[in-house]
Design a binder for this molecule. Structure first.
Ligand code: HEC
Length: 139
């Protein structure tokens, strides 16, 4: 009986420690996606990153998207630009990578042996990025 109580309290203590660690450092999917894919060209503050000098086109200030669009976040355009598949068909090659294609490939790697919906995976990633960009707009 005592052993059982000891085991239960040890498990509770562990749950508390892990729970607190998680609470202190919550994962923000959009921020995480942005920081692993976009920072080099667009910068942590959305105003331009370390690669700017190597690009032919200057990446626009992504913190000004709402301001430059009359106070409304330009959802549709930003979605199309990030996805890129349609954009490239319409406007030809560009420097900004085609994330729709990239996420399609990643979906295949992620769901190796289950039936999956690649487009739902792509949408989820782009929505998370848009949510983050929207939260980062300058007032
Ligand atoms: C290799 C550099 C590079 C990377 C990486 C990159 N971008 Fe871009 N991005 C650009 C450039 C350059 C432009 C300007 C348009 C063009 O010439 O392609 C741009 C344009 C944009 C625009 C268009 C803004 C507008 O006003 O229409 C958005 C939104 C954007 N990028 C978001 C992202 C996001 C989100 C990521 C990460 C998933 C990302 N970019 C990764 C280089 C990059």
């Amino acid at each position: 009986m005592e052993k059982k109580i000891l085991k239960v309290s040890a498990a509770l203590a562990l749950a508390c420690i892990c729970g607190n660690a998680l609470a202190a450092d919550k994962v923000d999917p959009g921020k995480r996606e942005y920081e692993s894919n976009c920072v080099l060209c667009h910068g942590k503050d959305l105003r331009g990153g370390a690669y700017v000098d190597f690009l032919k086109a200057t990446p626009p200030d992504l913190a000004q998207l709402t301001k430059k669009n009359g106070g409304v976040f330009p959802f549709e355009r930003v979605y199309a630009v990030i996805d890129g598949r349609q954009d490239v068909k319409l406007h030809g090659p560009r420097e900004m990578p085609i994330w729709g294609k990239d996420y399609q490939i990643r979906a295949a790697e992620y769901y190796v042996d289950v039936n999956y919906d690649a487009e739902a995976y792509v949408r989820g990633k782009i929505f998370a990025l848009i949510d983050y960009l929207n939260r980062m707009q300058s007032k």
